[in-house]
Design a protein around this ligand. Structure first.
Ligand code: BT5
Length: 260
C-alpha cells in the first residue's frame, strides 16, 4: 500500500523540490519527528514524509493530534534562507498552500483561523505545526480527509470535521498530497520574494477578521480581530486599543461584528 501511495503521489508531481524525495510509512509516531531525523542526516530541502497513520502526533504545545488512517499526515524539511524574524511566516505559507490544495481537490472553500487552523465553516479540518531545529524548519500539515466522524472521540466531534463528512465521498489522497506539495512549494518560494503576497493569501481566507474573539493562553482578552500584521501577529481591537498577539488560542464568539 505504501509503495502504491508513494508512486501514485510521485506520478505527475509538478513540484521542483517538495516531495521529490518522499518517504511514505504505514505508521509512525509523528511525521515531524521522522522528518527531523532525516534533516539531521542531511536531507535536502523539500524532503517529505507521509504516514498512513500516526500514533503520537502532536499539535502546538504538545497537544495530541488524532491521526487515523484516511487523513493526510505530511511533513516537509525546510532550510529557509529567510531572516529569523520571518520564520513564523513559514507556517502561514503552509496554511495557505494546504488550503489551496484542499480547494483544488475537494472544491470546498477553506478558511484559516489564526494562527494556522484549516477550517470548513466553523469546524476544524486540519492544522499546521512548524518546528525549528537549528537551521531547519519542519512544517507538518494534517488534513482530515477520508475520516468518518465516528473515528473522532466525543469531545472532538462538535469542533472537528473531515472532507468525507462534508463531501460524503472519499477524496483521492495521492492527488491531495500532490496538490499540497505543489501549492506549498509555490507559496513557500513566494515568501522570500513577496512575503506580503503570502499574507494577502492568508488574509483572503481569514475567518476571524471583524469578529469578536476571545484569546486565552499567556494573555487573556476579548476584542474584535483586525487581521494579521506583516509579522503574522494577530491584531485585536479591545476597549483599550489595538493589541498585538504573538501566541495563544483564539476562540470565535458567536456574535459577528462588522469592522468600522
Ligand atoms: C494543530 O495544533 O492544529 C497542528 C496539527 C498538526 C498535525 C500535523 S499531522 C503531520 C505532522 N505530524 C505531527 O505530529 N503533527 C503534524 P493545535 O492548534 O495545537 O490543535 C490541537 C487541538 O486540535 C487538539 O488539542 C484537539 O482539540 C484538536 N484536534 C486533535 N486532533 C484533531 C484532528 N484530527 N482534527 C481536528 N482537531 C483535532
Amino acid at each position: 500500500m505504501r509503495e502504491d501511495l508513494a508512486s501514485a503521489i510521485k506520478a505527475g508531481l509538478r513540484s521542483h523540490r517538495f516531495g521529490q524525495r518522499l518517504h511514505v510509512y504505514p505508521q509512525v509516531g509523528s511525521t515531524n519527528d521522522e522528518a527531523a531525523t532525516l534533516a539531521a542526516q542531511g536531507a535536502a530541502e523539500g524532503t517529505a514524509v507521509l504516514a498512513v497513520e500516526q500514533t503520537g502526533a502532536r499539535g502546538r504545545r504538545q497537544r495530541a493530534w488524532l491521526s487515523p488512517a484516511g487523513g493526510l499526515w505530511l511533513s516537509v524539511v525546510l532550510r529557509p534562507a529567510l531572516p529569523a524574524d520571518q520564520w513564523p511566516l513559514v507556517g502561514f505559507a503552509a496554511g495557505v498552500g494546504a488550503a489551496g490544495a484542499v480547494e483544488e481537490i475537494a472544491h470546498v472553500r477553506v478558511g484559516l483561523k489564526w494562527p494556522n487552523d484549516l477550517m470548513l465553516g466553523e469546524q476544524k479540518l486540519g492544522g499546521v505545526l512548524t518546528e525549528s531545529r537549528g537551521p531547519v524548519v519542519i512544517a507538518g500539515i494534517g488534513v482530515n480527509a477520508n475520516i468518518a466522524l465516528d473515528h473522532f472521540p466525543p469531545d472532538l466531534r462538535p469542533i472537528a470535521t473531515s472532507l468525507l463528512n462534508v463531501l460524503k465521498h472519499p477524496v483521492d489522497l495521492a492527488a491531495l498530497a500532490r496538490a499540497l506539495l505543489e501549492q506549498f512549494e509555490r507559496v513557500y518560494d513566494l515568501l522570500a520574494l513577496h512575503a506580503e503576497d503570502v499574507l494577502a493569501g492568508w488574509r483572503e481566507r481569514d475567518l476571524t477578521r471583524g469578529r469578536q474573539v476571545r484569546l486565552s493562553g499567556a494573555q487573556e482578552l476579548e476584542g474584535v480581530a483586525e487581521g494579521v500584521d506583516r509579522t503574522g501577529a494577530l491584531l485585536v481591537r479591545t476597549g483599550t486599543g489595538i493589541r498585538r498577539i504573538v501566541a495563544g488560542e483564539v476562540s470565535l464568539r458567536s456574535v459577528s461584528v462588522q469592522p468600522p
